[in-house]
Design a binder for this molecule. Structure first.
Ligand code: DLL
Length: 430
């Protein structure tokens, strides 16, 4: 463990620490960010009202629009002079969401990342290729700092130019890969196309994050790259990557709870819920530059507070099921793209890439899923194609209760992604 004292802290001790920090951050935000003062005054709540952790319920939520409305630096709690780094995440429309860090924030971020990297099996001996895009995106520099902190050798490859990525992985002997899971799969395909097998590489672990990935997708990554894949989660508004990550037990992502207080609320009623899936709400307990109190992530997950077999006592969040704004409602059935991915990755004859197109005709929803055949020669075997289409439809219906149109396409014809994959086109909204 990178920080055994914190990572194995008893829940009682942790709760004391969290309360102390929560009280401090609420007061700090109230006194230093006019946005929070106004919001809390309007809600009739004062920092002194936070007497126990449950009192957090008294505080109003913060949403992405609050950041947009205060673009670019309106929510900062410190003068610009104290900011040492700026990142941004590109929104679906309009201006990016800008986030900013003080020197202490960067140190805290590196510490959180280092813990997650060690939990995922990273060591000082590793040579790590970071294939996230360097720049305003938090992924590359966030992981970069963490790996450097544990003393590993970092190759800041950035994303793109995939043949060159493969060459670097091979020639520089990378033992760890950091990227989105979809890009890692693409890298694996290019390796194969270049005539390599996983045995030509020294890769042993893969830290994948920034987008949802099903356990089935991880199996494919394990098989194709020869790595132990782990998932890690975060978001720019909170810090970037470093909020939580899987250990080698792979049974949930350990949350850095001394810095991030996590709640699960019902996306409809916004009331706290336990033991069930709901929307993750996070409060930064120590961030100086841009404190976020009760930020609605829109990500759907569930939290398990039982200590893990790995010895860590931190709560674990399950893999993100989807975003509350990404959930597809097809003829009244709720489905997340990640569930469709789970079904697809379990069928041998088709690849792991897919595209989902949702349309509505005469008030009826239709979902079409494009998937690639593994073996192009099947394209001319109509009987086999029919059988395979029927099998995919059957599995989707059994697992998810949806009826989908399936279109089987040639291998390597669907779009590949170097960052976050965009799998869904919902034409109903346009
Ligand atoms: O994607 C931070 C990050 C970078 C996390 C690298 C992990 C690794 P944003 O660009 O602000 O930040 O996007 C945040 O991405 O609200 C989730 O919807 C999604 N996301 C991030 N990690 C995961 C994950 C970074 N492991 C948004 N599983 C979040 C599922 C994820 N979704």
């Amino acid at each position: 463990m990178f920080n055994p004292k914190i990572e194995t802290m008893s829940r009682e001790e942790l709760k004391v620490l969290q309360l102390e920090r929560l009280q401090k951050i609420v007061k700090y935000a109230y006194e230093n960010v006019p946005f929070y003062k106004k919001k809390y005054d309007e809600a009739g709540v004062k920092p002194e009202d936070i007497k126990c952790l449950e009192d957090i319920k008294k505080l109003p939520f913060v949403v992405k629009d609050d950041l947009r409305d205060n673009y670019p630096f309106g929510l900062l709690a410190v003068p610009m002079d104290d900011i040492v780094r700026v990142h941004a995440s590109s929104g679906t429309s309009g201006k990016p969401t800008v986030v900013a860090y003080t020197k202490n924030d960067l140190d805290m971020w590196s510490e959180c990342m280092a813990r997650l990297i060690v939990a995922a099996g990273g060591t000082k001996q590793d040579i790590v290729q970071i294939s996230f895009g360097y720049g305003l995106f938090t992924g590359a520099l966030g992981l970069h700092q963490g790996w450097e902190k544990i003393g590993a050798t970092v190759i800041p490859a950035s994303s793109g130019n995939t043949e060159r990525q493969v060459m670097l992985l091979k020639d520089l002997g990378a033992t760890a890969l950091v990227s989105t899971p979809s890009y890692a799969l693409y890298i694996a395909e290019v390796m194969e196309k270049m005539g390599y097998t996983k045995d030509d590489f020294k890769l042993r672990i893969g830290l994948f994050g920034s987008e949802a990935s099903s356990p089935e997708m991880h199996e494919a990554l394990r098989e194709k790259l020869g790595v132990i894949p782990t998932d890690n989660y975060g978001l720019s508004e909170i810090i970037g990557p470093g909020v939580s990550g899987e250990c080698l037990e792979k049974c949930g992502m350990h949350i850095n709870e001394d810095h991030f207080l996590a709640e699960i609320v019902s996306p409809e009623t916004l009331e706290p819920i336990t033991d069930e899936y709901g929307e993750l709400v996070i409060t930064t307990l120590t961030k100086e530059g841009l404190p976020m109190i009760r930020y609605r992530t829109k990500d759907i997950t569930k939290i398990n507070y039982e200590p893990c077999k790995c010895g860590r006592t931190s709560a674990r969040m399950e893999k993100i099921r989807g975003r509350s704004d990404d959930m597809l409602i097809i003829k009244g059935v709720n489905v997340f793209p990640s569930q469709i991915e789970g079904v697809i990755c379990n069928i041998e004859e088709i690849g792991n890439n897919y595209e989902i197109v949702v349309t509505r005709e005469n008030y009826v929803d239709n979902i079409k899923i494009l998937v690639e055949l593994v073996d192009a020669s099947l394209l001319h075997n109509y009987a086999m194609l029919d059988k395979l289409t029927a099998k995919i439809k059957h599995n989707l219906r059994t697992v998810l209760q949806i009826d989908a149109d399936i279109k089987l396409v040639e291998p390597m014809t669907l779009k590949r992604f170097e960052g976050k994959a965009k799998r869904v086109t919902d034409l109903r909204k346009i």
